[in-house]
Write a protein that binds this ligand. Sequence first.
Ligand code: DAK
Length: 257
Amino acid sequence: MSYENILTRVDGRVGVVQINRPKALNALNSPTMSELTTALAEFDADDTIGCMVVTGNDRAFAAGADIKQMATAGLVDMMNSDFIGYWDKLKAITKPIIAIISGFALGGGNELAMACDMMLASETAQFGQPEINLGIIPGAGGTQRLTLAVGKAIAMDMCLNDRRLSAAEALQFGLVSRVFPKEVYMDESMKIAHEIANRAPVAIRAAKEAVNMIFEVNLASGVAHERTLFYSLFATADQKEGMDAFINKRAADWQGK
Ligand code: DAK
């Protein structure tokens, strides 16, 4: 399929979606979110893809939802817009999605990154929820996912007073898992994407599902769900293969079965 606002490519078992509205700092309008979620769903359905990447360019991952698109909208326009539905489509993706962030990740851009499963960053990355400057608040999960990631103190600072986090702070506060020098962030991040893409596919999906469960349910329910997923993996050929490979000191050959 051809797209106007994103670029897609397949690199080994990694499906890459690059937001491509550089003149607007990758602001996320509805067509962009529609294309992005369509491309991810296609990669999700493709057995040759093990992991997906969402990225922008060196200057901006995404500077937020498109303010020009929202500026004249009224209450009902916003309620009727399909914008929030795109986050639900992201949630339905079963394979891991890695956000690779350089430059601005602001507002809906940071919310998009947080809706992915992992966030890897260039040292130039800058994270913020500046909606307060526009007379609004985060509306795509920002107040919730951010608070779960960095805690109330930092989340309040960001949402009430537009505090921006540097990449080093984002690492320190647990928003991102790794930060790389700007010259190598993409290569280093893609190495991680390739590693994940080549791991046991069924177990990878189960691990993603289990970790994300803590955002949906209480601890007891999450632990119970984890246990069910854990037991179910003993019905896979990959569990037999992985343990046999360990015992016989050889590399595992995953079948995804
Ligand atoms: N939307 C539209 N255009 C944007 C944009 C944005 N978010 N951010 C930047 N641009 C455009 C600029 O207008 C400018 O376009 P031209 O004037 O050249 O046509 C171009 O990108 C370059 O930007 P600047 O000239 O401003 O570049 P600077 O380096 O000086 O500044 C900046 C970079 C990132 C600091 C600045 O552009 C900035 O503050 N941008 C806005 C950041 C922001 O406020 N983001 C939050 C947006 S609100 C929803 C749920 C959630 C949301 C919406 C709906 N529903 C439940 C329905 C989310 C809302 C948001 O994200």
